[in-house]
Design a protein around this ligand. Structure first.
Ligand SMILES: [Zn+2]
Length: 194
C-alpha cells in the first residue's frame, strides 16, 4: 500500500477552465476519472524494490483499500470486533488533545497482525500512534491538489481536503480517498519508539 521504489505519481499537463480542472489529453482525462467524475492523479511505473514506508500511500492502492475497507499494509480485510473496525493513526503534533471523534483519515484501516508489525516498520507510526475502534467511517471526500479558479493569482494547494458536496470538487486532482471516523473508541496510545 505504501509506494514502492520504481513507482511514482507523474505530472501530466492539466488545464483549468470555469468547469474545473482536466488533463489536457482527453483520453488520459477520461481514464483518470471515476464514476462520479472525480479526477485522480496518474501513476507510473511498476512496484519494484522495497516499500517506501513513510511516504504518502500510492493513490490507486490507497483508493482500493479505503473504498473496500482493506488493510493499509497487506490488503486483507481490516480487523473488526464488537467495538468496530481497527484503525492505527500517527499522532501528529497538532493532534495532541484530539478526541479522535470525527477525525478525517486518508489512512485506510488495518488488520490485526499488521497493527502489531506496521508501527515497527513505518516511520510515521514509529513516532507515536493511536489504535482506534471505529463504528462509522463514511467516505466524505478526497485529499489532493486543489487548483485555483481561472483568473485567480493563487497557487495550487497541494494538500487540500475537498468534500464531495463542495463546489471545489471539480477543481481538485485527487490522490487519496478520505473517510471521517465516528463513534470511535481509543484502544491504546503508543509513544514514540526509541
Ligand atoms: Zn494487514
Amino acid at each position: 500500500m505504501t509506494p514502492w521504489t520504481g513507482e511514482s505519481t507523474t505530472a501530466a499537463p492539466v488545464m483549468v477552465t470555469s468547469a474545473g480542472v482536466a488533463y489536457t489529453d482527453p483520453v488520459q482525462d477520461a481514464l483518470a476519472r471515476d464514476l462520479d467524475g472525480t479526477l485522480w492523479a496518474l501513476c507510473a511505473g511498476a512496484p519494484t524494490g522495497k516499500p517506501q514506508y513513510g511516504a504518502e500511500l500510492h493513490p490507486e492502492r490507497q483508493r482500493a483499500a479505503m473504498e473496500g475497507l482493506l488493510c493499509a499494509c497487506c490488503r486483507r480485510p481490516a480487523g473488526r470486533n464488537e467495538h468496530g473496525m481497527l484503525w492505527v493513526l500517527p499522532i501528529l503534533d497538532d493532534s495532541v488533545g484530539t478526541r479522535w471523534e470525527g477525525v478525517r483519515s486518508a489512512i485506510p484501516p488495518m488488520c490485526e497482525p499488521c497493527s502489531t508489525s506496521a508501527p515497527l516498520l513505518c516511520p510515521r507510526l514509529r513516532d507515536g500512534h493511536v489504535q482506534l475502534r471505529v463504528r462509522e467511517a463514511e467516505l466524505i471526500g478526497v485529499l489532493g491538489t486543489l487548483y485555483p479558479r481561472p483568473g485567480s493569482q493563487k497557487a495550487p494547494d497541494p494538500d487540500a481536503i475537498v468534500l464531495y458536496d463542495s463546489p471545489d470538487m471539480p477543481f481538485v486532482i485527487a490522490r487519496q480517498a478520505v473517510r471521517e471516523l465516528r463513534r470511535t473508541t481509543v484502544v491504546a496510545f503508543a509513544a514514540a519508539a526509541p
